[in-house]
Design a protein around this ligand. Structure first.
Ligand SMILES: [Mn+2]
Length: 361
């Protein structure tokens, strides 16, 4: 019997966090396991708000651990509800291959454990959403959606919160990865749980899911944090040997005290002036094994303060995303995989090979 309910969105289950950094792996799977363990320990029904998988054709290595957790939910009699997002919008949902999860697309369900009556709607367009809103059964007080809302995504949205009928008290919604919630003038509250899937170094902030319970006859919604890998940014501005020595000392001290949730090695994103490139490679790559850290090296162009994260995935890569996946899934050894990926990203071949060779030799 569930005594409360929990909501997670945009798990984007896949092995690698970044295609170009295949050493950083397992984060999405562990976030999923953390969520279901929370549900199992706290008797929560689970709601998955779409983009459960990153692609329409997920690999068994992502499906299996998810199905294992759903089976544990089944054994405890804790319901698992879901809708599909734009990334996993299949005619036959992957989750329908397991006997336990319930597809809420177009369905109304009463969830006494959270004091809600919900209607689910999988990812769709504005016109279809308006039809759903126009025909909303009167008992529905909560919507489960996977869309962009105007405030969260001003340049590409399918709905505005004011279009939601006032009978709806809460909109639990996936699609935007940054956790946020806000209320409109008539008191409709919209909640993005956010995504546990870290896609670039601009969104390594705390990740969360929602927990809904009934307190004093009222629905109460709160956030739970998902512990994840630590990310540290280090900007070296000087170009002397002492600057490298100082940076290494900071990395050593920080690595010692890092919590290492789920045994994940922390990532240090280190940027430095071009004059340090050779020495920085030698020094920081050598720290990976003894300190159990991932050193992410980045020559700063000097033009920007801090890191220009938008340059992390060059435009050329976007069209070649499948190529990167093919490399990830077929090249078993890390170093050749990283070299191939970087070359296909359009990075300078000589530079990539030199860095790779330094690591191997
Ligand atoms: Mn989405």
């Amino acid at each position: 019997m569930s005594t409360q309910s929990a909501t997670i969105a945009d798990m984007h289950l896949r092995t690698y966090t970044w295609a170009s950094r295949p050493r950083i792996l397992g984060d999405a799977i562990h976030a999923m396991i953390y969520f279901f363990d929370y549900c199992l320990d706290n008797d929560c029904s689970a709601k998955l708000l779409g983009d459960i998988f990153h692609t329409l054709t997920p690999l068994p290595e992502f499906v299996k651990p998810l199905f294992n957790k759903i089976t544990e939910m089944q054994e405890k009699g804790l319901p698992v509800y879901y809708i599909q997002g734009n990334h996993d919008l299949n005619k036959v949902p992957w989750l329908s291959l397991h006997p336990w999860p319930i597809n809420l697309d177009g369905k109304v369900v009463e969830l006494p454990e959270s004091g809600m009556t919900v209607l689910g709607q999988q990812s769709t367009n504005h016109d279809e959403l308006m039809k759903v809103f126009d025909n909303l059964p009167e008992q529905v007080d909560t919507l489960l959606l996977h869309q962009g809302e105007e405030v969260a995504m001003p340049f590409s949205f399918e709905l505005t919160l004011d279009e939601v009928p006032p009978q709806v008290k809460n909109v639990l919604i996936g699609h935007i990865h940054n956790p946020q919630d806000y209320v409109n003038a008539v008191g409709t509250h919209l909640w993005y749980p956010g995504s546990p899937y870290v896609t670039d170094i601009s969104n390594v902030d705390p990740r969360s899911f929602l927990v809904e319970s009934v307190e004093g006859g009222e629905t109460v919604i709160r956030r739970e944090t998902i512990p994840g890998r630590s990310f540290y940014r280090l900007q070296i501005t000087g170009d002397q040997d002492q600057d490298l020595i100082d940076a290494e000392e900071i990395i050593r001290k920080t690595a010692e005290t890092d919590p290492r949730s789920n045994c994940f090695d922390p990532v240090f994103i280190i940027s430095y002036p071009p004059a340090l490139a050779e020495r920085a490679h030698q020094r920081f790559l050598a720290l990976r094994e003894p300190l159990k850290v991932y050193t992410w090296l980045k020559v700063s162009d000097g033009a920007s303060e801090g890191l220009d994260v938008s340059n992390e995935a060059p435009k050329a890569l976007e069209g070649d995303a499948n190529l990167t996946e093919i490399i990830n899934e077929n090249v078993a050894q890390e170093t050749p995989r990283e070299i191939l990926t970087q070359i296909f990203q359009g990075n300078d071949v000589g530079e990539v090979l030199r860095a790779g060779l330094e690591e191997v030799l």
